[in-house]
Design a protein around this ligand. Structure first.
Ligand code: 13P
Length: 258
């Protein structure tokens, strides 16, 4: 089996002014020197430049939290893939549940944004996940299947080399309620099965699938030790350097396992 990239990504959401961002990114870059896993910081647009400077020369990668599907034009408040590329952004989060919940993001817009990002050479962290109600109604697999099929519609096998999937159960985000390692593993394994069906077993084996939702310094090791969980997308704990470093260390330990 191809060894997958283990990716620990911080999603700072709507936190940190440019100055605060610079300080936090600098500390993380300094203290994750030599990490065996990939470390990505997905920061607010206005922080990109400061964070880019703070992580320069380190192994940390720069990420954004959204991208528009159009090349340019009358889309007030939006940011294009070209703009992100010009800021040296490497990764972009697309389809986060907060975008789906509060900003009208749909599977179709997730797909359009994903295609636009990939066409410009960005790597996409595509988020999927069920709500508490959907889980209680036993609809988890159906929801994940729909989000994966429609989110990845028209993407080629080659495109998939630049796609990371983040499984983020909505009920676990920012709530302190983490999916158990078994619950998270079950859905991540299911996503891998879907990728094998949609593409090939090799594509499924090579795709990094992250877990996100109240991942923290205490539970990261157990979650990351599961066979189909290849990293984390971390919100709250990514703003606390000490906690984030513990999670990166857990990711590094996984990355160096034989
Ligand atoms: P928390 O880690 O704060 O639960 O957020 C997870 C998340 O939404 C990352 O994208």
């Amino acid at each position: 089996m191809a060894k997958r990239n283990i990716i620990i990504a911080g999603n700072w959401k709507m936190n940190k002014t440019p100055f605060e961002a610079r300080c936090l990114a600098y500390e993380i870059a300094e203290k994750t020197e030599g990490a065996a896993c990939k470390v990505v910081l997905c920061v607010p647009f206005v922080d990109l430049f400061q964070v880019k400077e703070a992580i320069a020369g380190s192994g940390v990668c720069l990420g954004a939290q959204n991208v528009h599907w159009a090349e340019s034009g009358a889309f007030t408040g939006e940011i294009s893939a070209d703009m992100l590329v010009a800021c040296d952004v490497e990764y972009v989060v697309i389809g986060h549940s907060e975008r789906r919940q509060y900003f009208g993001e749909t599977d179709a817009t997730v797909n359009a944004r994903t295609k636009a990002a990939l066409a410009k050479g960005l790597k996409v962290i595509l988020c999927v996940g069920e709500t508490r109600e959907e889980r209680e109604l036993d609809e988890t697999q159906a929801v994940i299947e729909r989000q994966i099929r429609l989110g990845l519609a028209d993407l080629s096998e080659q495109d998939m080399e630049n796609v990371v999937i983040a499984y983020e159960p909505v009920w676990a985000i920012g709530t302190g309620l983490t999916a158990t390692a078994e619950q998270a593993q079950e859905v991540c394994a299911y996503i891998r099965t879907l990728l094998a069906e949609l593409y090939t077993p090799d594509v499924a084996d090579a795709t990094t699938i992250q877990y996100g939702g109240s991942m923290n310094a205490k539970n990261a090791r157990e979650l990351l030790s599961m066979p189909d969980i290849d990293g984390g997308l971390i919100g709250g704990a990514s703003l606390k350097p000490a906690d984030f470093l513990v999670i990166v260390a857990a990711g590094s330990a996984e990355a160096t396992k034989a």
